[in-house]
Design a protein around this ligand. Structure first.
Ligand code: 2HA
Ligand code: ZN
Length: 272
């Protein structure tokens, strides 16, 4: 089967195209990865090349040994994925120690997987374990309102979570565990991967100050929906601040009632 026609590729492409149109991916900003199911890789096996060269991941992910990932390419543009996935994405295989990757498909005009590969794979390893294998998508974008908030709010999980919960009644249902924030860090390496991974053990959304956001999901809809929800909340917050600030909001009791009615495990630490 032509890999470009595979359902997982179609889902991947739809996310990149929708997300570009949302304005979250200027130039080569952002990146996406998907942990391919064994039956999906089996169906396209004849299209894959043998690994030519093994490259260091830059972090250790033994629990991902032997797994295949579809990832965006470093320096490639999200808006071009739909036109030529074979040039702008790659399928990589992880070696048996979880220390190296090899390219088995894509990047036909040359290139490497996303510069944020260490963060993507570290997060995949954490989420695969925490969800008994259900989580398959890790996604990074540069949505403007969320980034704007990191210049005006204290960089604390509790403050971001509470403000963004307040901005839309159903937000606590969508991210009941809250949101993690890292201080500004140099992108692309093990340090930011470790910092993000630490937060991803508790949350499904991590904001990188003055840079962007990482989310995860069992599928493309969940990951895209989570990014969209947080960014929409941030856009409401920006409007509220621009109109002179909150005059009223949802009460602590309101959140507790919501949690009870919707039967969600709300992180009540953030209500204090
Ligand atoms: O340019 O977004 O964080 C890709 C990125 C790096
Ligand atoms: Zn980025």
């Amino acid at each position: 089967m032509d890999i470009r026609k595979a359902k997982f590729m179609q889902g991947f492409i739809r996310l990149t195209d929708d997300a570009f149109k949302k304005g979250w991916h200027e130039r080569n900003g952002g990146n996406l990865s998907y942990r391919i199911k064994s039956e999906e890789i089996e169906a396209v096996k004849t299209e894959l090349n043998p690994v030519g060269e093994w490259f260091d991941i830059g972090t250790n992910v033994p629990s991902l040994a032997g797994e295949y990932f579809l990832v965006t390419g470093s320096g490639k543009y999200m808006r071009n994925v739909i036109l030529a996935p074979q040039d702008n994405t790659a399928i990589v295989k992880i070696n048996e120690k979880g220390e190296k990757y090899g390219i088995v498909w894509g990047l036909e005009q040359g290139g490497q997987p996303t510069s944020e590969l260490p963060t993507h794979l570290a997060n995949h390893a954490i989420k695969k374990d925490l969800t008994q294998g259900r989580n398959r998508v890790i996604y990074h974008a540069h949505p403007a309102n969320t980034i704007a908030l990191t210049f005006v709010l204290p960089l604390e999980d509790k403050i971001f979570t509470r403000e963004l919960w307040e901005m839309a009644t159903e937000n606590p249902v969508i991210f009941p565990e809250g949101i993690g924030i890292t201080p500004w860090m140099v992108p692309g390496g093990k340090a930011i991967a470790d910092a993000t991974g630490k937060l991803m053990k508790k949350y499904r959304v991590v904001i990188w100050a003055h840079h962007g956001m990482f989310v995860c999901g069992d599928d493309f809809d969940e990951a895209f929906g989570l990014m969209d929800t947080v960014e929409k909340a941030a856009s409401i917050y920006v409007k509220v601040r621009a109109m002179g600030g909150k005059q009223q909001t949802i009460s602590k009791q309101g959140f507790l009632d919501l949690a009870r009615e919707f039967d969600i495990d709300l992180n009540t630490e953030f209500l204090e």
